[in-house]
Write a protein that binds this ligand. Sequence first.
Ligand code: GTP
Ligand code: MG
Length: 154
Amino acid sequence: MQEIRLRVVIIGNSSVGKTSILNQLIDHSFNPNTNATVGANYQVLVSEVDGRRFEMQIWDTAGQEKFQALGPLYYRDSDAAVVVYDQTNRASFENAEKWVSAFKDTAGSLATIALVSNKADLIDQTEVSFDEGKSTADSKGYLFFQTSALDGNG
Ligand code: GTP
Ligand code: MG
């Protein structure tokens, strides 16, 4: 079987839910009281699609300002970035493009970008609508997903 290895980084402001998304993806669990990530950690996700085996090394990076200088270490040789914002926090959405450009500076402009609107379960507190996120992603050629790390939707 054909084997494809991919390297993916999850980036975005602190507390948007990057670690929570990866935990939900790998363990199907949610922790309401996570600690801020220090440096970065990775998990491996293996899946088979159309007779090909994909092995994805998924890096969960730290969003806190004090870790920002480390970014390029993790971005190098990445095939894709998952750029997460918290849809209940407009500032995190407005910062998403800064994360994309820092990523592209190191990984190059051919890497895939997926924009992710997380915390979709907090409907009452939403500051950035699905349509606004989706049209921003469409205009820049990014994939777009709305997710909840709490309930696993998306
Ligand atoms: P850094 O590691 O500092 O960059 O933050 P992070 O992006 O990894 O955020 P983290 O996953 O630690 O989540 C921050 C807080 O948001 C935690 O209290 C999570 O439980 C909560 N949280 C994350 N995703 C969701 C979600 O989809 N819905 C809700 N309601 N809370 C979420
Ligand atoms: Mg984290």
